[in-house]
Design a protein around this ligand. Structure first.
Ligand code: AMP
Ligand code: ZN
Length: 302
């Protein structure tokens, strides 16, 4: 890597990630995927004994759920929705003419039933609520989804499409707070196991606009979001590679999710940015996994 070359250029040159011509949208090499699989296995080894119910989601979610979750209200700048053509021959002819003439053809597209999933846990809450009140000791899920956020960037760690593995706890406030505390400790353990250095810090979500500023402040004042920050792109601005979120009764109220004794359920989630953790390893230990420290290679199986 030359002095002027970015981390992303280095990853392209080494064939770890492959450029598609769109910032934040990359093909993954076999070597990169082997690292992701290793991280997935480490996370499973740490959380695997808790008896979580495993669910894997496709990268799109029910648009009505997406709307009710308030994503367009809070994060319109990041949202991605799927639009489809449902027109007739005249509409089709218009698309072809627009394409031929280099004009915008989106006028013939309409919102479909699907939105791109912005966070792995959003599709989960209504699905859990549909089952009725939680059992006595609540519920625990182990989920994973490709997520979409429209934040094109030259920083390798800021992708538009990336995987988020999460554990989600539903129960009483005590249940979910204890869960989050446990995972903050476990997260630090995982970082150490991977031979990385990170620090947990208070954080907020990127709520949009002027009204969003109040929401960001509230989230911080109430200690609702913590992140595991690891230097990847730079030492000065470390990258959030895990997040530990307490939603209070937000999703419980929204979806009518109740505890066994009829109270509104509280929820918390821990999210692992799979690509960001892989990129942290590549940055710290180098682009060739076969030269990584032996204990790190062993734990990842690379
Ligand atoms: P968040 O819901 O923003 O806390 O995201 C959960 C986790 O997903 C973060 O801790 C990151 O590790 C990861 N993540 C968020 N945004 C991106 C992105 N644009 N590219 C890659 N990973 C991301
Ligand atoms: Zn979540």
């Amino acid at each position: 890597m030359t002095d002027t070359e970015t981390f992303l250029d280095g990853l392209f040159d080494a064939g770890v990630l492959i450029d598609t011509g769109v910032e934040g949208l990359y093909a993954r090499s076999g070597r990169f995927e082997a690292i992701i699989e290793g991280i997935d296995a480490v996370v499973s080894a740490v959380g695997g004994g808790d008896g979580a119910e495993v669910l894997r989601f496709p990268p799109g979610m029910n648009r009505q759920v997406f709307e009710k979750t308030g994503y367009m209200k809070n994060f319109p700048q990041l949202a991605g929705t799927v639009h489809c053509f449902c027109g007739d021959d005249a509409g089709h002819a218009e698309i072809i003419a627009a394409l031929d003439e280099g004009r915008d053809w989106a006028g013939q597209q309409a919102l479909s039933e699907i939105a791109l999933t912005p966070a792995a846990c959003y599709p989960l809450y209504p699905l859990a609520a549909r089952r009725g009140p939680l059992p006595e000791d609540g519920r625990l899920f182990d989920i994973l989804s490709y997520c979409f956020r429209h934040e094109p960037s030259k920083e390798a760690t800021r992708m538009q499409m990336f995987r988020m593995r999460e554990f989600v706890r539903m129960g009483t406030p005590d249940d979910v707070m204890a869960f989050r505390e446990r995972w903050i400790e476990r997260g630090a353990g995982i970082v150490k196991t991977l031979g990385l250095e990170g620090a947990v810090d208070l954080a907020n979500d990127p709520f949009f606009g002027r009204a969003g500023r109040i929401l960001k402040n509230n989230q911080r004042q109430q200690n609702l979001k913590f992140e595991m920050l690891i230097p990847v792109e730079s030492q000065e601005k470390p990258t959030a590679c895990m997040s530990f979120n307490y939603h209070q009764d937000h999703f419980g109220t929204l979806w009518g999710l109740k505890t066994a004794d009829g109270a509104v359920a509280h929820t918390a989630c821990v999210g692992f940015g799979m690509e960001r953790l892989a990129l942290a390893l590549l940055k710290v230990h180098g682009l060739s996994a076969d030269r990584w420290p032996a204990p790190v290679r062993k734990v990842l199986g690379v």
